[in-house]
Design a binder for this molecule. Sequence first.
Ligand code: NAD
Length: 459
Amino acid sequence: MADTLPFTPIDEIPKIHRELGEVFQTGKTRSIAFRKQQLLQLCYLLQDNTERFQEALFSDLGRPREEAAYLELIGTLLEVKDAHDKVNKWAKTKKSPFHFLWGTLSPQTRKEPKGTVLIISPFNYPIWLTLCPVSSAIAAGNVVLLKPSELSPATAALLTELIPKYLDPDLVRVVNGGVPETTKILELPFDHILYTGNNRVAKIVSAAAAQHLTPVTLELGGKSPCVIDPKCNAKVAAKRIMWGKLLNCGQLCLAPDYILVPESFQDEFVEALVNAYHELHPTDPKTSGMVGKIVNERHMKRLKQLLNDTKGEIVFGGEVDMAAKYIAPTLIRDVTRDDALMSEEIFGPLLPVVPVKDVEEAIAIVNSMDHALNLYIFSDDRAFKDKVLNRTRSGTASMNEVVLHVIANDAPFGGVGGSGHGYTTGKAGFDTFTHFRCTVDHPAWYVDSCCRASVPVTH
Ligand code: NAD
């Protein structure tokens, strides 16, 4: 398996972009039959190469094979299959209902592809966050320039090999590289850009897109809080939070970032978290390989620094092995709002518990930060849930569950404010890459003068 990723020569990038535009102009990607056939091919690409993808994910992220299958490959396959099954319906021209004002104009909304779209994807779920948007873009009839993350090189190399083998090689072109290559790509005009990654780069992408007035969808991250009702089922809440936190070694945009718990409930909840951790990981995750590794040295140093700087009390974990790119799952209690762990998205296996006076203080802390990608509430009390939901904002919100809302692929997924804007998955993903083109077609037989004459002319 390739573990090095050859970068695309920078001077080839404008040519690739130009060729994609020429392909779009031929109109071949507009045919629904073509789109469906390509989506089916994408399903085969995933199905035929499951083991190779698992190997690549293990090489890039130490991802356990079962986790790779369930949380990346199967989910992506279902999403692509869903697009294949529903594209006829999604792409159907919509007639506006009759209204006497526009009676004979017959307004309709055509669902048209935008053209050449750019998809820039991140390292952490490098198949799911790459092929799901690619499938939405194909379903909508576009051509795609795909830039996978250079931080997951084995997966990017595999995608580079398989995409032209399974798909029409004119439809999706893969460009590999780091900052210089992506900078070159961003100089070019696109009809839509979907960027998934961090806020800093999102600003660079948005600024570049603005030069061409290109619409942008940003799928970003942030600090997703868990707000705990002291009357909740602590055992269940702790187990679900701990499970979601340790997926992919905490490198998940939806990972529970920190826990807000009433002071009087902190001891009981921390104990539940400790028990949940031991239940989920009866043996040392460093040797069991069930947690994975941190993607690179830069992120290792960042996480080590956060651990050094925290003033909270480490309950378990804390081990940092730079050579193995391993950080032990770490629970930290008595963390305050001004602690280092609360200064940025953690994106690693460190879980701070922040004691608060009451739910009012929890809401104030949530609102003192950028809007999170997801907000988690653990409570069985409708009034508690409504209070938190109604007084905070986040891209999505889950009650008594973590992460699994992404399975609902017919529901729009996206951030708000600092966690991004625009939507992906299912019909919402199709719409992202679609231009809603309104048309009217007025028959000549209509007695034209009667409507125009009826408009009074004033001076
Ligand atoms: P990353 O480092 O893999 O970068 C993402 C992409 O940006 C890559 O393709 C990379 O080549 C490109 N890039 C990096 N620097 C660039 C530059 N200077 N100019 C242009 N392009 C550049 O991944 P990351 O950004 O570290 O990903 C982690 C972040 O992504 C986290 O904040 C996470 O929460 C977020 N995320 C969000 C979602 C979502 O769906 N909302 C999903 C996954 C990750």
